[in-house]
Ligand binder design. Structure first.
Ligand code: HAM
Length: 420
């Protein structure tokens, strides 16, 4: 016997019946985002490494430590996408989409890759459901993106989630703040964690959301970003908050929230869910007004978010999960000596009436057919025996109730469709 081969560390097989839950979540996303005028975009999983270096940023953990990067057979450096905002912006520039009707609203659902230490809620291949709005700078766009996100989560049955919100200001405000922060931190260098010491040179803003207790003391007296905001950045943020207030979105302002990717400007946000342990962010997003230009396009703004689908499903409200798993299948079985071929023929008739049907393909006893149907989570089994065949009827057995009734074969489709 050959050695058993396992899925690669940090990756997982998604199996039935769980995949039904994933499909239901994705269906809900498509419906909700569709209602806001979003269309699907599918970009390659493989991109030029430079795309992420230039957008997410060389000094970030994602690009510095977590990318699956390799050289292809012609010596080009390629990476598995660790996120999709950069890919969407690249596609926008590549296809000259600035001349289409703006803003462009797109969403994506698919696998992403980061070489992180696997743990609960953290995988090396994980799925994101994301949305991006490109080509509009106004605060109403920030507001609408967040409203759409909140609506989607409430469709799934989430309650009590709070959007954590902050602004990192525009380029000018951010630059001023970076200077102020480094000036303050430099004299405390020795007291900082090794990670933060490194970030002091490369990405000082990231020190703010350090989880290391060593940094917390030092950060207590640090200057605050909000004191460095210019009038336009502050006004934008106020307008976003106003819109969220108007629509009763639960949010809290988190001055330390800066996000781990370099392209953010102005509004940034996250949503945290209980029950996930340390990996508790189920959504991250924000505005990226310089990204498209950075990638060689027109100076056009953008905003979006990505939901971690693996984490979302881990904390999915039970009611949505149960609905998604509810068996909708009907099984059809022949009672010997009627042959299985006749069950298949009846199943085909029902499928022509748009009913999903599981046909018993093998001649076997009614007892074992019922047992199989029960294990498959089927609600009804349609039995076709000699008696039924002779009289043009069928017997429908309700596995949940344990009851059964016989009816003319012609009434069957209507009966199954009507029954809850
Ligand atoms: P991000 O915060 O890096 O943002 O990722 C978004 C979400 O993806 C996280 O909140 C988390 O739920 C999920 N996620 C990230 N890494 C993992 C992992 N290793 N395992 C499981 N889930 C994970 C972005 O990717 C930005 N592109 C979001 C965005 C879109 N900003 C603007 N537009």
């Amino acid at each position: 016997m050959g050695r058993k081969i396992q899925a690669v560390k940090g990756t997982r097989d998604l199996l039935p019946p769980d995949t039904a839950v994933w499909a239901a979540v994705e269906r809900a996303a498509r419906e909700t985002f569709g209602a806001y005028g979003y269309s699907e975009i599918r970009t390659p999983i493989l991109e030029d490494t430079e795309l992420f270096v230039r957008s997410v940023g060389e000094g970030t953990d994602i690009v510095g430590k977590e990318m699956y990067t390799f050289t292809d057979r012609k010596g080009r450096s390629l990476s598995l996408r660790p996120e999709s905002t950069a890919s969407v912006a690249r596609a926008f520039v590549q296809h000259g989409m600035h001349s289409a009707a703006l803003p462009l609203k797109v969403y994506y659902i698919g696998p992403h890759f980061r070489y992180e230490r696997p743990q609960k809620g953290r995988y090396r291949q994980f799925f994101q459901i994301g949305a991006e709005l490109l080509g509009d700078a106004g605060p109403q766009s920030d507001g609408e993106v967040i409203l759409m996100l909140v609506r989607f989560l409430s469709v799934l049955g989430f309650e009590g989630l709070v959007v954590q919100l902050n602004t990192v200001g525009d380029e000018e405000s951010r630059e001023a703040y970076r200077k102020g922060l480094v000036e303050y931190l430099e004299p405390h260098r020795e007291a900082l964690s090794p990670d933060s010491q490194r970030r002091l040179g490369s990405n000082p803003l990231r020190i703010l959301d350090s989880k290391d207790p060593a940094d917390h003391g030092v950060l207590q007296g640090a200057p605050r970003l909000e004191d460095f905001l210019n009038a336009s950045s502050a006004g934008h943020f106020d307008a976003v908050c106003e819109m969220l207030d108007r629509h009763d979105v639960a949010y809290s302002i988190e001055p330390r929230l800066v996000r781990g990717l370099d392209y953010y400007t102005r509004t940034v946000f996250e949503i945290i869910a209980a029950g996930l342990g340390a990996q508790d962010a189920i959504v991250g997003g924000g505005r990226y007004d310089g990204l498209i230009e950075e990638l060689g396009g027109q100076p056009l703004p953008g905003i979006g978010f990505a939901i971690g689908e693996d984490r979302l499903i881990e904390v999915l409200p039970e009611r949505f999960r149960i609905e998604a798993l509810k068996a909708s299948l009907v099984a059809v079985a022949a009672v010997p000596p009627v042959s299985a071929a006749e069950a298949v023929a009846l199943a085909e008739e029902l499928r022509s009436e748009n009913l999903p049907v599981l046909a018993e393909l093998t001649d076997r006893s009614v007892r074992s057919a019922l047992k199989r149907a029960d294990r498959a989570g089927v609600k009804w089994v349609v039995l076709l025996g000699e008696q039924e065949r002779a009289t043009g009827t069928v017997t429908v057995r309700d596995l949940e109730q344990g009851s059964q009734e016989t009816m003319p074969r012609g009434d069957l489709a209507t009966y199954l469709r009507r029954s809850p």
